[in-house]
Design a protein around this ligand. Structure first.
Ligand code: SF4
Length: 459
């Protein structure tokens, strides 16, 4: 995206977040539209700005120069709807090379162009991973935000609101922003607490270790992991349905975090914060809906901090060591396999020698590997797929380069006192609170906890 489009989108996001924080968004929305249109009048139209404001407010673009229509206020009260990724067609000025970069960037060929050259997204093909957004120099592609109802919730303080923060968070808000400072900043914003999604990845790692023992017995058996990547799962569901039976029957750590928190506090709201745009769609899937209430990207959270004038750097350091190395390294490609490998060795040592993992990232390489598997050419039995290059540290809502992100995550993972969930007392604390004496009774068979963390795909 060129600097004008980038500045424009971030300026709009900032103004919308700031006026929402101050409680003046509904009165000021057209004024903001006018102000930003004037500022960028050489590059854009009022309708384009109005539609960028709409997407920042969680609404679909429309065919009008005004921001809201009569039906929008009601829509704004709830969670943003599908589709998450939208086209602001007034912004599409067609790339000079003659072929749109967004079209070339989409490995699923979900972006098409009509005879007038305007782009549209085939929502049947789009898997919501969102890297196309960065490719458009004109800001014609964007994702809808969910922070308007969230800001309202945080300001009202009517009940507990937890932030479940993705394992890729370390270092994203600056090298001086420790996890403890980020926790304090989120508390200042109005959250009840910040919980690492990595702790719930610990639970899923244990569950996947048991699943591996259960599903992979002969030389022909194999299993797909990375239930954490919704695009990888959707790719298999949509294009390789014959392979669905091999997917781990577990929910993602994001969904696990919300379901467990709501077991303890049913009235709680849970907000997932990560580098991933596709998680906005995952939270709305029919069998998962109701667990996560809102999803924010790191970029959106940084904008909200700015709008609320909260500087995470100067916050107190309220550290809580809660996740093991295994849970923390889910953030980068190879992390899930390494976590399950290390956990199997501790939990089920006699079965651990059987594990032969393979990892793949980026949609084209994921597709290639799945084609090979379909042809019977898999030389592994534990397959980890991540849609973004580098894994979640390479997600489109990140604030750092994937390389920098991985460096921060690695050193944070190494700093954990527990290497695997088996050594993590926090994991056993959750199991005990839910009435389980050990991991085997909690995470296998038809125990209520195993059911809580289960996902039945293809049924
Ligand atoms: Fe989202 Fe991570 Fe999958 Fe990228 S790799 S789509 S950030 S879950």
């Amino acid at each position: 995206m060129n600097s004008t489009a980038l500045n424009l989108k971030s300026r709009i996001l900032y103004h919308v977040a700031k006026s929402a924080w101050e409680g003046t968004l509904f009165e000021r929305r057209e004024e903001i539209c006018e102000m930003v249109s004037k500022e960028f009048q050489d590059q854009t139209t009022r309708r384009y700005v109005a539609n960028q404001i709409r997407m920042a407010m969680g609404l679909d673009p429309h065919n009008d120069d005004h921001v809201l229509n009569d039906y929008d206020e009601e829509a704004l009260m709830g969670m943003a709807s599908e589709p998450t990724i939208c086209v602001n067609s007034d912004a599409c000025q067609m790339c000079p090379e003659g072929e749109g970069r967004c079209e070339m960037a989409c490995p699923l060929h979900a972006i098409t162009r009509d005879e007038l050259g305007k782009v549209s997204i085939d929502q049947e093909k789009c898997m919501g991973e969102g890297h196309c957004i960065k490719e458009c120099s004109f800001g014609a592609l964007g994702e809808k935000s969910q922070f308007i109802p969230l800001i309202k919730l945080l300001k009202e303080q009517k009940g507990p609101v937890y932030a479940s923060i993705a394992p890729a968070f370390v270092g994203q808000f600056g090298s001086d922003v420790t996890p403890g400072k980020l926790r304090s900043a989120l508390l200042t914003l109005g959250f009840t607490d910040m919980l690492e999604t990595a702790l719930y990845a610990d639970l899923i790692t244990m569950k996947e270790a048991f699943e591996f023992e259960d599903h992979v017995k002969t030389a022909h058996d194999f299993m797909f992991t990375s239930c954490c990547c919704p695009v990888w799962i959707k790719l298999i569901e949509n294009k390789f349905p014959d392979l669905i039976e091999h997917i781990s029957p577990s929910v993602s750590p994001m969904i696990a975090s919300a379901r467990v928190i709501k077991q303890f506090e049913p009235e709680a709201k849970v907000v997932f914060i990560g580098p991933c745009i596709a998680k906005k769609s995952e939270a709305l899937l029919p069998d998962l809906k109701g667990a996560i209430d809102y999803v924010l990207t790191f970029q959106e959270l940084a904008t909200i901090f700015e709008a609320a004038e909260i500087d995470p750097v100067v916050q107190d350091d309220h550290e809580k060591a809660i996740a093991s190395w295994s849970g923390r390294v889910y953030a980068y490609t190879g992390g899930v396999s390494a976590a399950v490998d290390a956990t199997l060795k501790k939990l089920i040592p006699h079965h651990s020698q059987k594990l032969v993992p393979i990892k793949v990232d980026g949609i084209p390489d994921c597709q290639k590997l799945l084609e090979e598997i379909r042809k019977g050419q898999l030389n592994a039995n534990f397959v980890e797929g991540m849609a973004c290059k580098g894994g979640c540290v390479g997600g489109p809502g990140r604030l750092l380069s994937p390389e920098q992100g991985q460096k921060f995550v690695s050193s944070y993972g190494n700093a954990s006192p527990a290497h695997t969930p088996v050594e993590n007392p926090q994991v056993y604390g959750i199991l005990a609170r839910l009435g389980h004496e050990n991991e085997a009774s909690a995470l296998t068979g038809t125990s209520p906890m195993a059911e809580l963390l289960a996902r039945k795909l293809g049924q």
